[in-house]
Design a protein around this ligand. Structure first.
Ligand code: PLP
Length: 416
C-alpha cells in the first residue's frame, strides 16, 4: 500500500483524483493545510448552515466537553438532550410531541421506518408496505437504501433491499399521475409513505410544489397511512422556511432531521413523532417498547451543539440571511440560464440547480468530475450530481463569494 490508508465515501480511488487536506474552516471558507482556500458551495454535503466553526457552536461544544462527554441514553438522561427536545418541540408543529435521537440522516430514516412498522404491529394491524417516491434518496443503510431509488449506488446490495411501492416523481404537468398512484398504493393498506418534501436532493435537486406536498399528505391522511417527512436535507431553512413542510401547512406523522441540526458541526439526528406513534409503544409489556438504539444516542456534546444552533436561530437574523441568499441565487440563476449548455434552471429557497443540456450520462457523468475538479483547482468546493449542477452554500456566504462560485462554474462550462 502507498499513500493514505483512508477509504473515502463515494470516491473512486482508482481515478487518482486530488484529495485536498483541509486544516481549518471559517464562515463559507475552507482552508487547506497547504495554504489553498475553497469557498464551500455545497455546505460540506448540505450540513453547514451558519458557516464553519460558528463561535457559539464551538463554545458550546468546548463547554459541554468539560462537563459530560457521554452517558448511556437507555433509561438515563441529561440536560442538553432535555433542553434540545423541548426546543425542537417548540419550533416544530404542535402535533409532534416526541423526540427520538440518533446519529445521522440514515439512522433518522431507519428509526422512522421502524416507528411506523412498530406502530402498526403494536396496534395488531397487518401493514408493512412502505410507499416511496421515484428518484428519492434517504441514506445508505439497508433500510434507507430500500426506500430510495435503485441504481448504480446500491446495485451490489439489491438482494438485501426490501420491496416498496414507488409513485412517480411529480414532474411539472404530470402531477395527477403521482396523486393517482399514491391514492392507489394507499388503498392497499400501506404502513407509511416516506418523502423528501419539496426537493429530492441526491436524486438531482428535483423540485415540486408545496400544493402537491399538501395533496399527498391529505391522501395519506384519508387512508390512515403514516406520512413520513424526510427533512434531513430540506430542514433548517434550506428551502426558505425552517421546514419545507411549513410551506405546505403539512404536519407529518413522523419527521426526520439531521445535517443542520447542529449547524453542521457534529453528527446528530432526531426523529420526531406524533403522540399516537409513541402511545402505540406504551404499555406494561417490555415487548412493546421501541427497540432501537446506538451507543452514542443523544451524545451530550452533540446535543449542546444543537442547542447552540437553536439559540442562533432565535438570536441572529438567520431568516434574513436565508432570504438574501435566496434572492442572490435567483439572480445568478437568471444570468446563467442564457448559457447554451444550461437547461432546467430551478430554485427552492437557498438551493439553486440546473442541468447540463444534451449531456445525459446519469450520475456517473464525466461532467460531474470535470466541474468538481475545475472547482477544486480554482477555489470552489462544488460536487455536481451527474449532469445536475447545484449551489447550496452556508447562509453566511458573502455576495462576492457567491459571485466567485458562479464565475468558476461558468468558466468550467466555457472550457467544455
Ligand atoms: N435523507 C436525505 C433526504 C438526505 O439528503 C440524506 C443525505 O444526504 C440522508 C437522508 C442521509 O443522511 P446521512 O448522510 O447523514 O446518513
Amino acid at each position: 500500500m502507498t499513500g493514505s490508508p483512508v477509504w473515502h465515501p463515494f470516491t473512486q480511488h482508482g481515478l487518482g483524483e486530488d484529495i485536498p487536506l483541509i486544516a481549518r474552516g471559517d464562515g463559507a471558507v475552507l482552508h487547506g493545510a497547504d495554504g489553498r482556500q475553497w469557498i464551500d458551495a455545497i455546505s460540506s454535503w448540505w450540513v453547514t448552515t451558519h458557516g464553519h466553526a460558528h463561535p457559539r457552536i464551538m463554545a458550546a461544544i468546548r463547554e459541554q466537553s468539560e462537563k459530560l462527554d457521554q452517558i448511556i441514553f437507555a433509561g438515563w438522561t441529561h440536560e442538553p438532550a432535555e433542553e434540545l427536545a423541548r426546543g425542537l418541540i417548540e419550533i416544530t408543529p404542535e402535533p409532534l410531541t416526541r423526540v427520538f435521537f440518533s446519529d445521522s440522516g440514515s439512522t433518522a430514516v431507519e428509526v422512522a421506518l421502524k416507528m411506523a412498522l412498530g406502530y402498526w404491529h403494536n396496534r395488531k394491524q397487518d401493514r408493512h408496505k412502505i410507499i416511496v417516491m421515484e428518484h428519492s434518496y434517504h441514506g445508505d443503510t439497508i433500510g434507507a437504501m430500500s426506500v430510495g431509488a435503485r441504481g448504480v449506488f446500491n446495485r451490489p446490495y439489491a438482494p438485501l433491499l426490501f420491496d416498496v411501492t414507488s409513485v412517480p416523481f411529480p414532474a411539472a404537468g404530470a402531477e395527477q399521475a403521482t396523486l393517482d398512484a399514491l391514492d392507489a398504493a394507499c388503498r392497499d393498506g400501506a404502513a407509511a409513505f416516506i418523502v423528501e418534501p419539496l426537493v429530492l436532493g441526491a436524486g438531482g435537486m428535483l423540485m415540486y410544489s408545496p400544493a402537491l406536498l399538501a395533496q399527498m399528505a391529505a391522501i395519506c391522511a384519508v387512508h390512515n397511512v403514516l406520512f413520513i417527512a424526510d427533512e434531513v436535507m430540506t430542514g433548517w431553512g434550506r428551502t426558505g422556511t425552517m421546514l419545507a413542510c411549513d410551506q405546505a401547512g403539512v404536519v407529518p406523522d413522523i419527521l426526520c432531521l439531521s445535517k443542520g441540526l447542529t449547524g453542521g458541526s457534529v453528527p446528530l439526528a432526531v426523529t420526531l413523532a406524533r403522540e399516537k406513534i409513541f402511545a402505540a409503544h406504551l404499555s406494561q409489556d417490555r415487548a412493546d417498547c421501541f427497540f432501537h438504539s446506538s451507543s452514542y444516542t443523544a451524545n451530550p456534546i452533540a446535543c449542546a451543539a444543537a442547542n447552540a444552533n437553536l439559540a442562533i436561530w432565535r438570536d441572529e437574523p438567520v431568516q434574513a440571511r436565508i432570504d438574501a441568499l435566496a434572492a442572490a441565487q435567483a439572480e445568478h440563476l437568471a444570468a446563467i440560464a442564457g448559457n447554451p449548455l444550461v437547461t432546467q434552471t430551478r430554485r427552492c429557497g437557498t438551493i439553486a440547480a440546473f442541468d447540463l443540456a444534451d449531456k445525459a450520462d446519469g450520475y456517473l457523468s464525466n461532467w460531474a468530475v470535470h466541474i468538481g475538479a475545475w472547482g477544486r483547482a480554482n477555489g470552489v468546493l462544488i460536487r455536481p450530481l451527474g449532469n445536475t449542477v447545484y449551489v447550496m452554500p452556508p447562509y453566511c456566504i458573502t455576495p462576492d463569494q457567491l459571485g466567485d462560485v458562479y464565475r468558476v462554474v461558468r468558466e468550467s462550462l466555457d472550457r467544455s
